[in-house]
Design a protein around this ligand. Structure first.
Ligand SMILES: [Zn+2]
Ligand SMILES: [Zn+2]
Length: 316
């Protein structure tokens, strides 16, 4: 059965089920994200910050007649050494088990952020303090030059989170492409391991929610594996997750190819000359069509992630 979170088809471009705010690595407060959604005439948005929740009272206030605002969550998970993001929808945000399980990832990010700041300080490079850039349950330093001159512009100072990769333990905060100036790239060691994808599915469902694999096409980004290997990993992940009660998949995402209208189904249907890839695709296609939820989400982050804006998905 194919339906959107609100029983509409996943092709409904008036619903966006995947957006981030400055609670994590987006660069707008939730109120601003909702305003932008209203301007774009969206009927419904589901805020899915990384491993973190907004105060439900704040969400309640945002629910006005002309737009529905809900919150879910996006959890970092790993399956056989491959990273997958799992979206949780309709869950109890007060669920203790879920919250406790998400805490270590938040703490590790905070630890790395502090360590990055300390290393800049040692190098004599001026940065905002950890407290200055503290955002909700999450903390970060940013990629923007503004922060380097110690501005109190918190909105611009919210973006380190994406610059840190747990596996590589590399922060690109010093990368010229983010700052426009030459500052050293800071590396911090991290042995953190994300929770398993199956554990995350259980946690989300234990909190009364639905578990949805985010942007499967994400696997092809910056991957050192061959296309065939990546399709194989996807097929295996979907197969096992499906056996373990997975509820859905984010079919339309800006992570997917524009030539297929960002629709992963279209990509699955496209023929290739590689027989193994064809087999993997067929398996994934069959699993996906049997899932309860097929969703659509921009992965909006605001100006700090140029390619991921809710506006970009509107025409598709
Ligand atoms: Zn994601
Ligand atoms: Zn996301």
């Amino acid at each position: 059965m194919i339906y959107q979170i609100d029983n509409k088809t996943y092709k409904d471009n008036k619903v966006d089920c995947h957006l981030h705010t400055s609670l994590t690595d987006g660069c707008q407060p939730i109120e601003e994200v909702v305003e932008q959604a209203k301007k774009n005439r969206l009927k419904k948005v589901i805020i899915t910050d990384h491993n973190s929740f907004h105060d439900p009272e704040r969400i309640k206030k945002l629910n006005k007649k002309d737009i529905i605002v809900e919150q879910g969550v996006e959890i970092w998970t790993s399956f056989r050494d491959e990273n997958f993001h799992l979206l949780g929808y309709g869950l109890d945000v007060y669920d203790k088990k879920l919250k406790n399980a998400l805490q270590p990832a938040i703490e590790e990010k905070n630890r790395i952020a502090k360590e990055v700041l300390r290393k800049y300080e040692v190098l004599g490079i001026k940065m905002p303090s950890f407290e200055e850039i503290r955002v909700g349950s999450y903390r970060g330093i940013n990629h923007y030059e503004k922060a380097y001159v110690g501005t109190k512009d918190i909105a611009m100072a919210r973006h380190i989170v994406h610059g840190i990769d747990f596996e590589e333990a590399v922060c690109e905060c010093g990368d010229k492409k983010y700052t426009g100036v030459d500052t050293p790239i800071i590396k911090v060691r991290s042995d953190f391991r994300h929770m398993g994808t199956l554990d995350a599915i259980k946690l989300v469902q234990g909190a009364g929610g639905k578990a949805v694999i985010a942007h499967p096409g994400f696997i092809f980004y910056n991957s050192e594996n061959s296309e065939e290997e990546n399709w194989g990993s996807l097929a295996e992940m979907f197969d096992v997750c499906n056996d373990n009660g997975l509820d859905g998949v984010e079919v339309v995402s800006l992570w997917h190819k524009k030539e297929f209208s960002y629709d992963f189904f279209e990509e699955l249907k496209a023929k290739t000359s590689n027989k193994k890839i064809e087999r993997h695709k067929k398996l994934i296609y069959d699993i996906l069509t049997g899932l309860q939820l097929l969703t659509r989400g921009s992965d909006h982050h605001g100006i700090c992630k140029e390619d991921f804006q809710m506006d970009k998905l509107l025409d598709y």
